[in-house]
Design a protein around this ligand. Structure first.
Ligand code: OAD
Length: 235
């Protein structure tokens, strides 16, 4: 198959937004050094202390709204625009920086800060900048509004669609993700099984680095535009 028609599937994680000023989870001083996952990223934590959980996501929503996409987000949007084949972006990030950088199709497998979800009827609506405990659902009026983010113990979104894309991938890249959280950390294996070339772009080797056929290390704002330029030269 010519390189021009190859299907590219890209998985991104918090590292791609680090240079936009948004904290990662597992780096020194990251979000999980400051907060307990059980408290702010599980349904049980939300049931125990919804004020704390809303406070955590309200702060992240404000931070994300004030952040700008960086050259890595913009390069992926350029790849989507200019590569003749299909380019699918799957992100674990709940910020909207891929879209702000011009990306067209982004599958948010861990949900998004921009969304609110009714825990009673599953209705979704645009989240206000500050969500509050007991936020009423506009559809069923239950005081059950929560951030539309996927917590530990919950099923990530778009899984069927993502696995279908991986099964058809010619090239798979993981960018700025530690490879610590499943199922996303296993996407490289699915892509490999499908015969795809696999590449990791990360600041340093991730937990899954040895499972990739190619590795490129450095800040995403540098490695991603360089990789995209190379791909576009070949296509
Ligand atoms: P992590 O914080 O686990 O990993 C971020 C990765 O980005 C690390 O491997 C860093 O080395 C790398 N990194 C940091 N700065 C970078 C830069 N400037 N350029 C390139 N890479 C850089 O974040 P994720 O892998 O996204 O889920 O975490 C996965 C999931 O764990 C999140 O979606 C979230 C979290 O718990 C839920 O909350 C459900």
């Amino acid at each position: 198959m010519g390189k021009s028609s190859q299907k590219i599937v890209i998985l991104t994680g918090a590292g791609i937004s680090a240079e936009s000023g948004l904290g990662t989870f597992r780096d020194a001083g990251g979000l999980w050094a400051q907060h307990r996952i059980e408290d702010v990223a599980t349904p049980e934590g939300f049931a125990r202390n919804p004020d704390l959980v809303h406070g955590f996501y309200n702060a992240r929503r404000v931070q994300a709204a004030g952040a700008d996409p960086n050259p890595a987000h913009q390069a992926l949007a350029r790849l989507q625009r200019e590569h003749p084949g299909e380019v699918v972006i799957v992100t674990q990030n709940v910020d909207g920086l891929h879209e702000a950088g011009g990306a067209q199709r982004v599958l948010h497998l861990h949900g998004t800060l921009a969304g609110a979800l009714c825990a009673a009827c599953s209705h979704r609506w645009a989240a206000p900048m500050e969500m509050q405990t007991g936020q009423p659902c506009p559809a069923c009026a239950a005081p059950a509004g929560r951030p539309d983010v996927v917590w530990f113990g919950e099923m990530p979104y778009f899984m069927e669609e993502i696995y279908a894309h991986l099964a058809g991938a010619d090239l798979f890249a993981a960018i700025g993700t530690s490879g610590e959280v499943y199922p996303a950390a296993a996407f490289v294996d699915e892509a490999h099984l499908a015969g795809a070339h696999t590449v990791e772009l990360n600041l340093e080797p991730s937990a899954t680095a040895s499972r990739f056929s190619e590795r490129r290390f450095g800040p995403a704002s540098e490695t991603v535009p360089a990789w995209v330029a190379e791909l576009l030269r070949q296509s």
